[in-house]
Design a protein. Structure first.
Length: 390
């Protein structure tokens, strides 16, 4: 089909997809960068990494078999189009914006996907709730909002099949990392404290809230991959529609972090009354997710799939390999510059310090959350002894 492209539009290529968007050069900020929010229809090139991971996760999870998906916040339709072209998905892409619907329709035709994708125009929760009562079994749902995903979680978990997959993005990193404490309490029910692992804290707050909302709908969630990248969080969770399983997940994985800002000790606890808090610098933070942030074996399968795709660059593979290593340690990362600051000592390179920890018989890895962070299972007392030996 011949699709007319106007003078003020352009065709861009991402993965195996081609889409029409308003010319990016028309929406340039004073600093010379493209501003997606200024465009009449939303396309963010910085989220290509996010979409690449989504394609790899769905290929891996569904083992290249056909699956039915719905996407309630589609914009130009790029994510759904890529799922149809690259992951063997078929389904519905939706947006409340009439202009987005116009572009989705044209981009479906541009990629010859009329038999695999249907574009609709609906408010996101209405769109999701319609599937709840349709009797249609949904294998995968992708929630990629501007801001917090919390307003969509209840509606998103209800249409899922008995065993399914859900991908969720959160761009409200300010509240999640406790930069906006009032919003954190209002939106996520957590009274924030200043910690040295704020980026991981945000992910654990997000996962807890997703798991809680899912459990209230008798859906259990299990993180396969969770990460922070640039200005957003992204999580992929396999789901099971069983009330008893959702109870077990919440019982096992909801808890608190006991944090001592004087020596940077941190540990997971189930309930605040489990410990006696000694000293003014000891804080109890939560409720939040205290189980692992992902499944290392699944991430390895995603990496294997990524090496087969020409459009997946080495940077993405390296990122996933780092996730494999750090996901094996279920302990919040620790800022090594803060540790050495407590001792008022000059820091060695982070890699040198990691090797020293390993020589003492413990695991230690760098973390994607923070270039100054270390994931390690070494007790805090021994960590201070190692630093004192410098």
């Amino acid at each position: 089909m011949n699709i007319k492209v106007f003078d003020w539009e352009e065709i861009i290529v991402e993965g195996l997809a081609k889409i029409i968007i308003p010319k990016r050069e028309l929406f340039i900020r004073p600093d010379g960068l493209y501003e997606p929010a200024w465009s009449p229809v939303f396309y963010n090139p910085l989220m290509e990494f996010n979409r690449n991971i989504t394609v790899l996760v769905t290929i891996t999870y569904f083992n290249k078999k056909e699956f039915f998906f719905i996407e309630p916040l589609s914009g130009t339709g790029i994510r759904g189009i890529r799922l149809a072209l690259e992951s063997n998905g078929y389904g519905y892409i939706n947006d409340v914006d009439p202009l987005s619907y116009y572009y989705m329709e044209r981009n479906i035709s541009l990629n010859s996907l009329q038999g695999k994708l249907v574009a609709t125009i609906n408010e996101a929760n209405t769109f999701l709730n319609n599937f709840t009562f349709s009797g249609i079994i949904v294998d995968y749902i992708d929630i990629d909002p501007y801001g917090s995903p919390i307003p969509f979680i209840d509606s998103a978990v209800r249409p899922l099949g008995k065993k399914a997959l859900i991908g969720i993005t959160a761009t409200d990193t300010g509240p999640l990392t406790c930069s906006h404490k009032q919003k954190t309490l209002r939106r996520y029910g957590v009274r924030c404290q200043k910690v040295d692992f704020s980026k991981e804290l945000g992910l654990r707050i997000l996962l807890y809230n997703i798991a809680l909302r899912a459990a209230s709908n008798d859906v259990a969630v299990y993180p396969l991959i969770s990460f922070q990248h640039k200005y957003y969080y992204r999580v992929f969770l396999k789901t099971a529609r069983r009330g008893n399983e959702s109870y077990k997940v919440m019982d096992k994985c909801s808890g608190y972090i006991l944090y001592n800002s004087e020596n940077l000790d941190r540990e997971f606890i189930k309930e605040p009354n489990e410990v006696k808090v000694n000293g003014q610098k000891t804080q109890i933070i939560g409720p939040l997710w205290i189980c692992p942030l992902g499944d290392p074996d699944f991430i390895k399968k995603v990496i294997n799939e990524g090496t087969r795709q020409e459009y997946i660059n080495r940077e993405t593979i390296n990122f996933l390999e780092e996730l494999v290593r750090e996901t094996t340690i279920n302990q919040p990362y620790i800022r090594y510059d803060k540790l050495f600051g407590l001792h008022k000592k000059n820091m060695p390179s982070i890699n040198t310090f990691i090797e020293l920890i390993r020589k003492h018989g413990y695991e230690a890895y760098r973390t994607h959350f923070d270039p100054r962070g270390i994931k390690t299972n070494v007790p805090i007392e021994i960590l201070h002894e190692i630093i004192s030996s410098f």
